[in-house]
Design a protein around this ligand. Sequence first.
Ligand SMILES: Cc1ncc(COP(=O)(O)O)c(C=O)c1O
Length: 378
Amino acid sequence: MRYVSTRGRAGSVDFEGALLSGYARDGGLFMPQKIPVLDCATLKKWSTFSYPELVKQLCSIFISPELIPKEELNGTSGDTGSSAIESVRAEGNSDEIDEPIKELFADDDFSRRHNLMSLNSINWSRILVQIAHYFYAYFRCAPSVDATPLPVVEIVVPTGGGGNLTAGCLAQKMGLPIDLVAVVNNNDIVHRAIQHGDLSLSRNLKPTLASAMDIQEPYNMERIFWLFSGSDSNLVKSLMEDFYTTKTVKLPLELQKKLSGGLRSYSVSDEEIVRTMRCCWEENHYLLCPHTAVAVSYHYKHSSCHPSICRCCLAPASPVKFEDAVLKADLTLDISPEISMLKDKETRSCTLKRGDDWAKLLRHQIEAVTKQRNLTLS
Ligand SMILES: Cc1ncc(COP(=O)(O)O)c(C=O)c1O
């Protein structure tokens, strides 16, 4: 399997090339050159698989066996990740933090010298494993996999940067019979783009209770435009370059029609998030995180629509991480001793303060880490 850039101006790479990088050289994002379509028999077979087995099957499709043989596609555990982590915190929002990161990735020489890679949804590998959520959710929710055609399941995706939504679109392209609903918080650019072709920044980022979705520049829409435009990289390149320069783009009508035909979308306020968290607790004694509540509020609003279709809401986080929202909903958190213990642990990070040159500071930090690592290795 080879990977190409959504902007079509960078050569193709294998999985390793896509994994060990961030943006493609031309500023685009990596996508698989071919999206395999699974037949009904395969879907039926997969329906009996556990979640780890599904991840393995999917990875074996998108990672060539010459690179990693299927039998070696296993998870790893241990402290390799945590022991290598250097953390940087910034006094800004997701979009502001993305800027210096983009700048460093655009510096080819620096990026290669320090082996920069990103593990957020800029990176194909994160999208790849998220595809498994949809297969797993489908098989858990579909009333039967013996019917022909297979029944449709509606999957509601709390959406910020559009990474998880991209994975859903890919699962759909692979033949999984799902209807996708993208639900955003008050930062509604994805919703406006899908409904009205309006890909434009609103005046200010609105801080919401679902803070991980407070995003004004949903970079994965680039992948979604590529998918819905039939891999039209010229169109994607001009749209995205225009968007990142002017911050206001009107999508071509044809693309907008395809988007609104293929995806439903909604925007949810903080009041609805709080109301949903409370309601779900009262009805089920299930505590939602505010991001999950964004999706579930769609469910409460549409519980009487399509009664024949099963619906699944994706839950991207634990409420334990979002105590403020839980308190706003007048609910209480039952924090396990393992989690409570973390609060007393020592923390170590460098802070990017407002007014600082963040790209320069990040550069210095990365150089220091490389130097330290080389010293340790020598
Ligand atoms: C808790 C949580 N919810 C939702 C999202 C949505 O992101 P995306 O739309 O890119 O999948 C994120 C992204 O990191 C997240 O951390």
